[in-house]
Ligand binder design. Structure first.
Ligand SMILES: Nc1ncnc2c1ncn2[C@@H]1O[C@H](COP(=O)(O)OP(=O)(O)OP(=O)(O)O)[C@@H](O)[C@H]1O
Length: 262
């Protein structure tokens, strides 16, 4: 399988008022094209630091990262990010928010009509076709996240990076969006890197769960291979002993091997 992301011996230091802080130490892993990977670990272990490195928002202190065999030297549309707080511009409609990204990436390769069609197609893909002229203030939190996902997908990224995209949503809305992401993944075979605190979410959505040790000097402690067949159905999995076993392995890692004081 083709490696789309390579993280090679990456360490990340930050200068702080009390001296240098080693957040990540010697992290290495590859992600295959089309894979869904979750990063899970206790708060403050370094998940966002790692995602920011893949996004190219920050550069590593040591080691290197590659996307499609090219060094990651900054942000790029081939690595689109979906944030927890949607980050839509409140004065623009859903259409205009997606257009901002589409115009930036495809201004030269698509004409105006094609771009318009592509924007609407992506909003429809996340069931937001009904709200193209609404502003973020007029739609729910779950809907805003859907528009954020549409905006990211509209860039035709090689990798979709999601930093706790459902963290601020209620359980039902969260479940709907998880299903939407699984559906999109099946349809487009997009590579996804997802940060989550939610063990069920990690197992349900992922092909592999990378479990991070507590910081400082955090790294990937263990990797769980989730070999549950797809498409996955949350109701059927609730009665599947393999699912519970996988879940248990993540819980063991988090609460027995890497416990953290509350
Ligand atoms: N710019 C920075 N300067 C100094 N320290 C930083 C900086 N960014 C992150 N850190 C530290 O690095 C560690 C990892 O932070 P990070 O935000 O990556 O953790 P996280 O696992 O994403 O946390 P959470 O789950 O709470 O979002 C923390 O101790 C944090 O305080």
């Amino acid at each position: 399988m083709k490696k789309i992301i390579q993280v090679q011996n990456v360490s990340q230091r930050f200068s702080t008022a009390s001296g240098e802080f080693l957040a990540l130490s010697n992290v290495s892993f590859n992600i295959a094209q089309g894979e869904t990977i979750s990063l899970i670990g206790h708060s403050g272990c370094g998940k966002s630091t790692l995602l920011n490195l893949i996004a190219g928002i920050t550069l590593p202190s040591e080691g290197g990262l590659l996307c499609d065999n090219r060094e990651i030297a900054g942000p790029g549309p081939e690595r689109a990010v979906v944030f927890q707080n949607h980050s839509l511009l409140p004065w623009m409609t859903c259409f205009e928010n997606v257009a901002l990204a589409v115009d930036q990436v495809f201004r030269r390769t698509m004409n105006r009509a094609e771009r318009r069609e592509w924007i609407i197609h992506n909003l429809e893909r996340v069931q937001m076709g009904h709200a193209i002229d609404k502003r973020p203030g007029e739609i729910s939190g779950g809907m805003k996240q859907r528009v954020g996902i549409a905006r990211a997908l509209a860039m035709k990224p090689k990798v979709l990076l999601m930093d706790e995209p459902f963290g601020a949503l209620d359980a039902l809305t969260r479940a709907h969006l998880q299903d939407a992401v699984m559906h999109i993944q099946q349809e487009l075979r997009t590579t996804i890197v997802l940060i989550t605190h939610d063990v069920d979410e990690a197992v349900l959505l992922s092909d592999r769960v990378l479990m991070m040790t507590n910081g400082p000097a955090a790294t990937v402690g263990e990797t769980l291979h989730v070999d549950l067949p797809r498409p996955r159905n949350r109701i059927e999995l609730a009665e599947d002993s393999r699912y519970h076993l996988l879940r248990q392995q993540v819980l063991r890692f988090l609460y027995e091997k890497q416990p953290k004081a509350a």
